[in-house]
Design a protein around this ligand. Structure first.
Ligand code: FAD
Length: 475
């Protein structure tokens, strides 16, 4: 009798544990294969950062061995046309006599269309297809308001999210091994995509990723609420890039928090609860993308803002990208992003508010730019973060809540430590002067620019533009 063969299609879930499709396949079939399609053209269309591509490749190289330990062979198919990827999977299935294809749901619109196409093609040739739900901690389909409509605000969503979480808390599956081995000695050659230097300091192997998560949860999570807003401190988990490519499971994070902290997890003021809430924000933006599909199509959540007239000043856009706005905290953050591929959440909010509310530039440009730089670039979180900052998304606060970049700098980088690290021109200034150097010194002598816009007048103008727009759209 020939072995029953299953295929697990890996996408943004590049791990060998905490993976329901894989566990299910191993339990129900003798032979299990895994496949990953490299789609370089799509990466370009989605503005993937080079460092993110390199992280995916580094992860695939490590994953090949990790899957082999479960007797699962990983095949990487190169240069797949994204729209053709369902057909590529069906061809693969026919080549290896695969009976069933398993994968984790993705909630972006194009990905949903792709998965429907896969189901259709597979069913036409008698291949079973099953979708699993590890992408979010709580599946978007399960949460809705008392009126059976999807939530539009985070706070009521979070309340229901917590109830759903406690009703069915994530649990690890057994770590079984496929009974028939298919492991070949073939190496996967990904050298043409790979510049190790881009990701050398990032954890890519299972052990190093687990160590990073364990250390954060055991040592730093309790203080998260106190230190998370200070960019010069190492106060956050730094796992967003691992969650973005699925090298780490968000469900595992929650499970480990519960194991370590038990009931403290539900205490609102406790650091671990605050961290849990951040993981819920990640789910929330996927939820928004799932229920309000127009946000996938370059449209704001609040649709009428599509007509809003943003400025299109290229010199301002370039100054912002290059970290030459004359606002030291903005410039430090933008220069750090270019060099490291990562930005602290507080700084993402500060630079985004400055971009949307001081420069009044189109949030879509910045969304693409962030994706092109971020190692953790993730459509839902990035799109949600930008729409929130531009006041066109799900934020409960009105448009006139505008961050003052100097006040934010004084509050969250009081000694100017972070600024000194990234804006060497200002390194010698005392803490009092570093947040607003043009007020105290002739910045030209430091080769640092004057502020490209005046805080008070640009904020006043933005408020006026928003007010007039709202009045017009209500007529
Ligand atoms: P921690 O503070 O340790 O939080 C743990 C995890 O919770 C994060 O890894 C992340 O997965 C999730 N999380 C935390 N804050 C948020 C948030 N505001 N929204 C959604 N999820 C959150 N995050 C991305 O993963 N990819 C992006 O492309 C992205 N773009 C953003 C763009 C803007 C304009 C803004 C304001 C935020 C963006 N974020 C994005 C959210 C957030 O800044 C990062 O997730 C966070 O800085 C990652 O650092 P960390 O892993 O140390 O997070």
């Amino acid at each position: 009798m020939s072995a029953s063969v299953a295929l697990v299609w890996l996408r943004n879930d590049l791990r060998s544990r905490w993976h329901s499709p894989l566990d299910y396949a191993i339990e129900h079939h003798q032979q299990v294969r895994a496949v990953y399609c490299l789609t370089p053209v799509q990466w370009q269309q989605y503005h993937y950062a080079l460092c993110k591509v390199n992280l995916i490749i580094a992860r695939l190289l490590a994953l090949k061995n990790e899957l082999a330990q479960r007797n699962v062979e990983l095949t990487v198919i190169d240069s797949v046309d994204y729209e053709q990827s369902p057909q590529t999977i069906v061809d693969f299935c026919q080549q290896y006599k695969v009976e069933a294809v398993y994968f984790n749901a993705e909630y972006e619109w194009d990905e949903r269309v792709r998965d429907k196409q896969l189901k259709m093609l597979c069913e036409a040739v008698d291949i079973k297809v099953a979708k699993f739900h590890d992408t979010c901690i709580v599946r978007p389909e399960l949460l809705h308001s008392k009126q059976s409509t999807p939530y539009k605000m985070f706070t009521p969503y979070f309340k229901t999210w917590l109830e759903a979480l406690y009703r069915q808390f994530p649990a690890p599956q057994t770590l079984s091994v496929a009974s028939d081995t298919t492991i070949s000695a073939d190496e996967i050659d990904l050298t043409r995509y790979y510049q190790e230097s881009q990701v050398a300091h990032y954890a890519a192997s299972f052990d190093s990723i687990q160590n990073q998560l364990n250390r954060f949860i055991a040592e730093r999570a309790p203080d998260y609420g106190l230190v998370r807003d200070f960019p010069a401190m190492d106060g956050t988990s730094h796992i967003s890039h691992l969650l973005a490519i699925g090298a780490l499971s968000a469900k595992q994070c929650v499970f480990m928090l519960q194991q370590e902290y038990g009931e403290k997890l539900s205490e609102p003021g406790h650091g671990v609860h605050i961290w849990l809430k951040e993981l819920a924000w990640r789910d929330f933006y996927r939820y928004v993308m799932f229920h309000f599909t127009h946000v996938n199509k370059n449209l704001p959540f609040q649709k009428h803002y599509h007509q809003f007239k943003w400025n299109t000043d290229q010199t301002h856009f370039e100054a912002w990208q290059e970290g030459m706005t004359g606002y030291p905290i903005v410039d430090a953050a933008m220069r750090a992003l270019r060099t490291t591929g990562w930005m602290h959440n507080r700084l993402r909010m500060v630079v985004a508010s400055f971009y949307c509310k001081h420069l009044m530039l189109p949030w879509r440009w910045a969304e693409d730019y962030f994706m092109s730089q971020l190692i953790d670039g993730d459509f839902a979180s990035n799109n949600g973060g930008w729409q929130w900052s531009a006041s066109v998304g799900t934020d409960a606060a009105p448009y006139f809540r505008i961050f003052n970049p100097t006040a934010q700098s004084e509050k969250f980088d009081p000694q100017g430590e972070f600024i000194r690290r990234w804006v060497p021109e200002l390194a010698a200034l005392p803490a009092k002067q570093i947040h607003q150097p043009s007020k105290y010194v002739d910045v030209h002598t430091l080769a640092y620019p004057l502020p490209i816009v005046d805080h008070a007048s640009s904020v006043a103008n933005t408020k006026l533009q928003f007010k007039q727009f709202i009045e017009l759209s209500q007529q």
